[in-house]
Design a protein. Structure first.
Length: 325
């Protein structure tokens, strides 16, 4: 048996969605220590996996067979998991954890980065793959804009964007996660269609603003361990990204994320707030000493928005996925 343990991630936004610039996308995000995915696998006749992992297990076995490995099947177990399609990156973490666990259970090794495109992962943002590999705060290089196509490319027809920045996150930084109990965020074909529309309409001037924000505010804040400056910068990055997506998600933030972000932004325990990916999860940047106050702020924000949900405070993760055999 082989077991892989990995964490969720926050996706703060992209550097550019406009076709007028030379490079497209360029994800910015951070690895989280919680919530976690823990996936175990062992050899079996046929493929046996619970509903959240069934497709991932099927894809993993198919990939290994295509690469010449004698894999009859696998028994895959989800020991610990987290929500799908709420902005925490479960799909990529589940896919890669399942692949690595199945491969190691059969005595072989597969590089997660090079295999990810065949699994349909890392086509736009490289943040999820990079955090699986090494954790931390990540900025990826994006893709040459000339490769953009109006129709989604076939699986495997891309390389995962390489990280151009990877920094450890200070151990005393924390992230408030507020996940309202509402409809899941965009994913699959719906996400692909919305992204293509956003790219085709994107204002290139927003990318120019983000370039200055990233180089003059966000990266120095990480390097100098300045939580206040970092929180302010990621919140601004999210708001700028939201202007690209406003027509697709019903505003700069998808409802009710805007109400949650506004409530968190007024709380002294929170240094910056925004929406992760397509939501509905909203994040707040805080410090370990303020964890209790930040959680209370998250619960109050849910109450103010009139929705149920979960508020939790989690640590960053500065290591990649862990493998046990």
């Amino acid at each position: 048996m082989a077991t892989v343990e990995t964490g969720a991630r926050l996706h703060f936004g992209f550097q550019n969605l406009a076709l007028a610039h030379e490079r497209l996308y360029g994800g910015v995000g951070v690895a989280l220590d919680e919530p976690r995915a823990v996936v175990s696998a062992e050899p079996a006749d046929g493929i046996h996996a619970p509903d959240p992992l069934e497709d991932f297990a099927t894809d993993a076995v198919a990939l290994l067979r295509e690469r010449g490995h004698d894999v009859a099947g696998s028994e895959v177990t989800l020991e610990e998991g987290f929500e799908r399609h709420v902005g925490l990156g479960s799909g990529t973490q589940y896919a890669l954890a399942t692949l690595v666990a199945v491969a190691r259970a059969h005595g072989t090794y597969v590089d997660a980065r090079t295999a990810a495109p065949t699994l349909g992962r890392g086509g736009r943002s490289g943040v999820g793959v990079a955090t699986f590999e090494s954790g931390g705060f990540v900025v990826d290089a994006g893709h040459p804009t000339e490769r953009f196509t109006t129709a989604p490319p076939e699986r495997g027809a891309w390389d995962v964007p390489e990280p151009i920045v990877r920094r450890d996150v200070p151990a005393d930084w924390r992230f408030l996660l507020v996940t309202p109990g509402v409809e899941a965020g965009r994913h699959g074909e719906s996400e692909d269609a919305s992204m293509r529309t956003a790219v085709e309409r994107a204002d290139p001037g927003i990318a120019d603003d983000i370039a200055g924000l990233l180089t003059r505010r966000m990266l120095p804040a990480v390097a100098e361990r300045d939580l206040q400056a970092f929180g302010s910068a990621v919140a601004r990055l999210g708001r700028l990204n939201g202007a690209w997506y406003a027509d697709e998600q019903g505003g700069v933030y998808r409802p009710p994320a805007g109400t949650l972000v506004d409530a968190l932004g007024d709380d002294p325990a929170i240094r910056g707030a925004g929406q992760s990916s397509w939501g509905p999860t909203v994040y707040g940047v805080t410090r370990a000493d303020d964890a209790a106050a930040a959680r209370a702020a998250g619960e109050a924000a849910l109450d103010a928005a009139g929705v149920d949900g979960i508020a939790r405070v989690v640590a960053p993760r500065n290591t990649g996925a862990a493998l046990a055999e």
